[in-house]
Write a protein that binds this ligand. Sequence first.
Ligand SMILES: Nc1ncnc2c1ncn2[C@@H]1O[C@H](COP(=O)(O)OP(=O)(O)OP(=O)(O)O)[C@@H](O)[C@H]1O
Ligand SMILES: [Mg+2]
Length: 262
Amino acid sequence: MAPGAARLVTNAVPSGPMPIESPGGEAAAPPVFQVRGLSKVYRTGEVEVHALRGIDLEVRRGEFIVLLGASGSGKSTLLNILGGLDVPSSGTVRFGERDLSAAGEAELTRYRREHVGFVFQFYNLIPSLTVRENIALVTDIVSDPMPIDESLGLVALMPRRDHFPSQLSGGEQQRVAIARAIVKRPEVLLCDEPTGALDYETGKLVLDVIARINRELGTTAIVITHNAAIAGMADRVVRLGDGRILSIESNPHKLSPSELKW
Ligand SMILES: Nc1ncnc2c1ncn2[C@@H]1O[C@H](COP(=O)(O)OP(=O)(O)OP(=O)(O)O)[C@@H](O)[C@H]1O
Ligand SMILES: [Mg+2]
């Protein structure tokens, strides 16, 4: 449902009532996300699918969270609700002090534009625009973007700024998609199987970029993957099964992607 939305999530309007917090996320700071009793039921005709069945979760500022779980366990549904692309059937989702579960469509759109960077398995770049121009679609309309070249520097693609997507490898295209997601300086970076279409080595490069952004910009990152080896990179690993949280594990010794063994 979500991938096509990525290219729309690019606008910015002056900020709403967001709490001001220090990047370190001191004790006084509320969590970035606070999820309580979150359920999602999809109804299509006679068929009901219980995608999420009572999720409780807090995500702290600057955390790197990996979301694991079998196909159909509800990972994308949860990420989409956190990103304001979908709404819960019941329960609450707060982003800082903002209640996303009570927000209307216009407020959710504003929330996505201002605060959320999305990265999906497929890159959703505009083929007729260069790398720079793809990112400029965002910087033209947000209030305080970083310079395009800075975003390209973070993904190590400065020399490719005037190339078209078709002239780039899959991993390079995904790095452009990451640059496009972070150029607006989002508080959260939500990634749904960002390495799903990439080979082993390329996938590692892309993860390295996400880890670096989390580290250097302090951007809270939530990454869905089918690859349990990626879990070694995370501060916490959340496992979903059949719409429920099966386990949440903290990772005392975070590994860099280059140390991961797949
Ligand atoms: N728009 C929708 N309409 C109906 N059912 C849906 C919809 N979106 C998701 N579902 C169902 O909700 C359940 C959870 O889906 P979700 O996409 O969150 O799983 P997932 O863990 O991301 O799986 P995958 O690893 O295959 O991407 C699945 O049974 C799916 O079929
Ligand atoms: Mg999914």
